[in-house]
Design a protein around this ligand. Structure first.
Ligand code: PGA
Length: 245
């Protein structure tokens, strides 16, 4: 795992945007895996700024998001469909038909899951997957205990995850109890992974990621086994991590 140390959230977002924009410019066609939550918001803002200033086109880009809450429609302001449209897609020239997220409402969620993996594979797989990390080590919504062999699946959210995400909802009771997430195996199939980590709340997770054992009890630890992972972490996230040069 390559570690890029940055000062703060802004610098993390800037560096990440430079990497993604570089890939958009340098490829005839590229598939990004995208994430939601607080962490990648700044990255998307920088991409939009750049698009408005320099006119880089995203018509050659296809995206697959990591996850979606079960039970929320695409129009629900708390859905990840809504987040992606508002935070990125509607501000750039990406073709809507090239953007994909798991569907949160379906009579056949399980079928939805296997079709999602199939669609990614048929499109040639993910070239670069953007990831955040949960305080409990989750990636996507793969909570501790998830099998490293898992494909896209329906999960029951950990209470700590629901609490962490309650800030976006009126009350914690409104936070969905389940979600659909790309599995650990699905994530590990990406050719390259870019993990963004910012803030004090992620210090412990950062330490376990860098120095902990590889265990299903801490899902992000599997990234130690991926051949091409870049981590961009800021000073607050790193302040309690022992870094050997
Ligand atoms: P956050 O969430 O970016 O909102 O901190 C990260 C995650 O839960 O994966």
């Amino acid at each position: 795992m390559e570690l890029i140390k940055v000062r703060d959230y802004n610098e993390m977002s800037q560096k990440a945007a430079e990497i993604l924009i570089g890939k958009v410019k340098g490829s005839e066609k590229i598939n990004f895996g995208l994430a939601t939550g607080g962490t990648p918001k700044g990255l998307y803002e920088k991409m939009i700024e750049d698009h408005q200033k320099n006119g880089i086109s995203y018509k050659n880009v296809t995206t697959f998001n990591l996850d979606e809450y079960a039970g929320l429609s695409e129009e629900d302001p708390n859905s990840y469909h809504y987040y992606m449209n508002e935070s990125l897609f509607k501000h750039i020239d990406i073709l809507k038909s090239n953007t994909h997220l798991p569907k949160g409402i379906s009579e056949h969620l399980e079928k939805e899951c296997s079709e999602y993996d199939k669609m990614i594979a048929e499109n040639g797989g993910i070239d670069l997957q953007v990831l955040g990390i949960g305080q409990n080590g989750h990636i996507g919504f793969n909570e501790p205990g998830t099998s490293f062999k898992s494909n896209t699946h329906v999960v029951k959210l950990a209470e700590s995850t629901r609490e962490a995400n309650a800030r976006y909802f009126d009350t914690i009771d409104d936070v969905p109890t389940h979600a659909i997430t790309m599995g650990i195996a699905s994530i590990m199939k990406s050719k390259e992974i870019l993990l963004l980590v910012s803030g004090e709340a992620k210090q412990e997770a950062m330490g376990k990621l860098m120095h902990g054992e590889v265990t299903e009890e801490f899902p992000a630890s599997i990234l130690q086994k991926h051949p091409r992972v870049t981590i961009i972490a800021d000073q607050k996230a790193l302040s309690r991590v022992l870094i050997t040069p």
